[in-house]
Design a protein around this ligand. Structure first.
Ligand SMILES: *Cc1c(COP(=O)(O)O)cnc(C)c1O
Length: 422
């Protein structure tokens, strides 16, 4: 399609957008009395209007039923979390029994490493990408120290090539082969938070398995953003948060995938709690732990229903729309944003360098060569919410659920004016 950098053309794309009515389903903050242009759905998704209803329902049940709500609420609390597994399984390409919702992301990564990082003899190393998300780095380092290893020896990072801003799959595979028998685990962010790169999860998972390692993925920036086939890719485990592209609210609950082949097993290492034991006998309060036959075996506590409720609200929207339609709009709106950036680039002295490779989802990370933080402040003051990373990268993630083509056009104009005004 031949794009045009005009308001009229952007409005034409919006008029043809099958998802346009979903924009009305979200609350937008306002700046100067106007809805903001929101590029930070990769950090905290906007609030869906229907979320309040889901929370109010729990509040009302709690008010009117108190403890009886566990079994007699409209959606009983004791198995409330089970409602999330089926819609989530569709989004991550899993079987329903392989998915559960519990805790928060970093907590879950620690718990999953209890099961999937068991160093033995020479096999004690973990491979990850260089400059992984800080929480993942802290998690990995503290895990290897917990097992008595030195992180500088036990953690192997795959670097980008000099002068390049992305990782090459062949470099990751080569490193996996090099570490070989010493490799216990591969754990990478499926979509990199900084450059927006989508990793070839299938190829990397296969390479890890070929040397006898387990392979897990942190999908914080992937879920609700890109197509996933965790089951078919034979991924061992994965975890993600729900407040980024999943729009389920600040700090909210995390989703977990555990490959079917580990389910219903008694011998597996796992930290356990009462919500992981069979629900048929749970309230007999017996001393033996009998694991649930599904990923719920990893649950420790009774579900935080007030945080699972907004997640369920969000999933109801994903279920209505489907990832396929979201991805179709995503591809088009990101391509339009890229086009706008190229057009504006011609009109200003600043050079824009998109560092996101072609394997991408919703996010474009852009170097604004010659600009400083003041352009970011200008954008914020003018109603464009972006994310600034030193020295001069802005991350733009136009979530297809609620961003419009007109937003992309207007962003281009505001960016241009901000640069020209300097
Ligand atoms: C957002 C993000 C996190 C955040 O972890 P929490 O435990 O939810 O605070 C962790 N890892 C990655 C890769 C992220 O993008």
């Amino acid at each position: 399609m031949q794009f045009e950098n005009t308001l009229e053309f952007a409005r034409k794309l919006d008029a043809e957008d099958n998802l346009k009515k979903y924009r009305e389903e979200f609350h937008f903050p306002k700046v100067n009395d106007e809805q903001v242009i929101y590029f930070t759905g990769n950090s905290l998704g906007l609030q869906p209007k229907r979320t309040k209803k889901y929370i109010d329902e729990v509040m009302t049940d709690w008010k009117e039923l108190a403890v009886e709500g566990h079994f007699y609420a409209e959606k009983p609390w004791w198995d409330y979390h089970e409602r999330l597994a089926a819609p989530l399984a569709k989004i991550v390409g899993a079987k329903t029994n392989e998915v559960t919702v519990m805790n928060t992301l970093t907590v879950n990564l620690h718990l999953l490493l209890v099961s999937f990082y068991q160093p033995k003899g020479e096999r004690f190393k973990i491979l990850c990408e260089e400059k992984a998300f800080p929480s993942d780095q802290y998690m990995l380092r503290s895990q290897v120290r917990f097992h008595g290893f030195d992180p500088t020896e036990a953690i192997v990072e795959v670097n980008k090539r000099k002068g390049e801003h992305f990782w090459r799959t062949e470099d990751i595979v080569k490193k996996i082969e090099e570490v070989g028998d010493e490799l216990a685990l591969v754990l990478i962010g499926g979509v990199n938070y900084y450059n927006g790169q989508v990793f070839d999860m299938e190829t990397i998972t296969k390479a890890g398995h070929e040397v006898g390692a387990k392979v897990g993925w942190d999908l914080a920036h992937a879920v609700g953003n890109i197509a996933l086939q965790l089951h078919d890719w034979k991924v061992d485990f994965a975890a993600w948060c729900s407040y980024k592209y999943m729009n389920s609210g600040p700090g909210n609950a995390s989703g977990v995938f555990i490959n079917e082949k580990y389910l219903g097993k008694k011998g597996i290492q796992r930290f356990e709690g009462w919500w992981g034991t069979k629900k048929e006998t749970r309230f007999l309060m017996k001393p033996e732990f009998e694991p649930m036959e599904n990923a719920d075996a990893w649950q420790l506590s009774n579900a935080p229903v007030l945080s699972v409720a907004p997640y369920l609200a969000s999933l109801s929207m994903f279920d209505e729309v489907g990832m396929e339609a979201l991805i179709e709009k995503r591809n088009k709106i990101v391509a339009y944003l890229e086009f706008i950036l190229h057009e504006i680039d011609k009109e200003v002295d600043t050079t824009f360098e998109i560092i996101t490779p072609k394997e991408r989802g919703t996010q474009l990370s852009v170097f604004l060569h010659g600009e400083g933080r003041s352009i970011f402040d200008y954008l914020m003051k003018n109603g464009v919410i972006t994310d600034w990373r030193e020295p001069n990268v802005i991350r733009l993630a136009p979530a297809p659920f609620y961003c419009s083509y007109e937003d992309m056009y207007r962003f281009g104009q505001i960016l241009k004016n901000g640069i020209l005004k300097k």
